[in-house]
Ligand binder design. Structure first.
Ligand code: GLA
Length: 387
């Protein structure tokens, strides 16, 4: 990969003098979905696939970007001064947002840069290609300008840029999973206070398989913000009867006791998902630590059912992938992952069943949906790095 991107950089920007090569991973969430803005727990891991960058500082204030994933856009130019989101800036709004966010934090970026990107995460798949670009940009800025920021800061700055520059009200999970990634470990993160531990992903004889629905998310972002506000309203209603700071503070029993305070049936379902999903995440991590993979898989399956029936963020594409996966012998667990409304599913599949899984689920999906899904057997990798 390094040779390919260096060669392309030379082709696009003339020479490779003064360049450095960087990488930031993508992520997959194993369990704990739509809990990260509800003061709940998540359990994601970084992947060995992600985004690569070749970058160098410039003498002037110019920014020049090129993405091998959007070659038709060519070189996109702007300036490090007066950064603001612009529709025409397309994907470059992500790195520019991070540059802006560093400025907001008081880190002045003294010069422009030439940056070429190449990602091997499928775009818009729900494996966080945008958070990967955000953390990658932060890692470049830290390296080039000596800013004293930790990897956790890179996550927070990335999230801030996505919320305030790019207008998506996302939680902290994606950027945190990417910035804090650790090979062969998942991150058990409490989003209420950002405390976390690493748990080894020991799947003995099984692998993590991602199935990408190839349904592009369109309405997704607005529905995402809608779910967030439904949860906020439900929380405010619950706070009239119990002293809590987030839905993640409640046990299932407490929720059942107090749920009548929520004055709308749909909101009861949304809040129920947030509470039960958080509890499932705690149980799943305990199961993994006890080497009880079967129990972990059952909790993944229950997570999908809740996202389908109560949170209503799946859709026919993700439901088909998961329901077909459940039929395959050797599938330990399967669920949608990420925001939903399209994107990917994550399954834990025994080694000997992987080929059957791809074939059986792939054929059923094509027959029902009319276009193909893609499958990736993934590995858990480290956070951002200089190559
Ligand atoms: C998206 C957001 C995350 C999280 C997930 C759902 O990936 O960026 O913050 O809310 O959806 O779990």
């Amino acid at each position: 990969m390094k040779e390919i991107i260096l060669k392309k950089f030379e082709e696009v920007f003339g020479d490779t003098e003064g360049v450095k090569v960087f990488f930031a991973p993508g992520r997959v969430n194993l369990i704990g979905e739509h809990t990260d803005y509800n003061a709940g727990h998540v359990f994601p891991c970084a992947l060995t696939i992600g985004t690569y960058a070749v970058a160098r500082k410039r003498e002037d204030k110019k920014l020049r970007f090129y993405s091998m994933n959007f070659e038709q856009l060519g070189v996109m130019e702007s300036s490090i001064e007066g950064l603001k989101p612009e529709k025409e800036a397309d994907w470059t709004n992500y790195p520019k947002g991070v540059m802006w966010a560093f400025g907001e934090r008081g880190f002045e970026i003294p010069c422009g840069m030439d940056i070429l990107l190449n990602g091997n995460i499928p775009n818009g798949s729900g494996l966080s290609s945008s958070a990967s670009v955000e953390v990658l940009t932060g890692a470049i800025l830290r390296d080039f300008f000596g800013f004293e920021v930790s990897n956790q800061d890179l996550a927070l700055i990335g999230q801030f840029s996505e919320n305030k520059f790019n207008g998506v009200n996302c939680g902290i999970m994606d950027q945190f999973a990417i910035a804090m990634g650790k090979k062969d470990h998942a991150i058990f993160l409490d989003t209420a206070d950002l405390s976390y531990t690493y748990a080894p992903v020991k799947l003995e004889g099984a692998k993590i398989v991602i199935a990408c629905s190839n349904k592009k998310r369109g309405l997704g972002d607005s529905k995402y913000n809608e779910r967030r506000s439904e949860c906020e309203t439900a929380l405010a209603e619950l706070q009239t009867v119990i002293d809590i700071e987030g839905l993640g503070n409640l046990t299932e029993e407490q929720f059942e006791t107090y749920k009548s305070a929520i004055k709308d049936e749909v909101r009861v379902k949304r809040a129920k998902h947030a509470v039960y999903e958080n509890q499932r995440t705690l149980k799943a991590v305990a199961a993994l630590e006890a080497n009880d993979i079967a129990q972990f898989g059952q909790l993944m399956n229950a997570s999908h059912v809740s996202l389908r029936d109560d949170y209503e963020v799946t859709g026919i594409e993700l439901d088909t992938l998961v329901e077909e996966a459940w039929k395959v012998d050797g599938v330990i667990g399967s669920r949608m992952t990420g925001a939903g409304f399209g994107g990917c599913t994550v399954s834990i599949v025994k080694d000997e069943a992987i080929e059957t899984f791809k074939k059986q689920v792939g054929e059923a999906y094509l027959a029902k949906i009319g276009y193909a899904a893609d499958f990736y057997v993934v590995e858990v990798g480290d956070g951002p790095m200089v190559l």
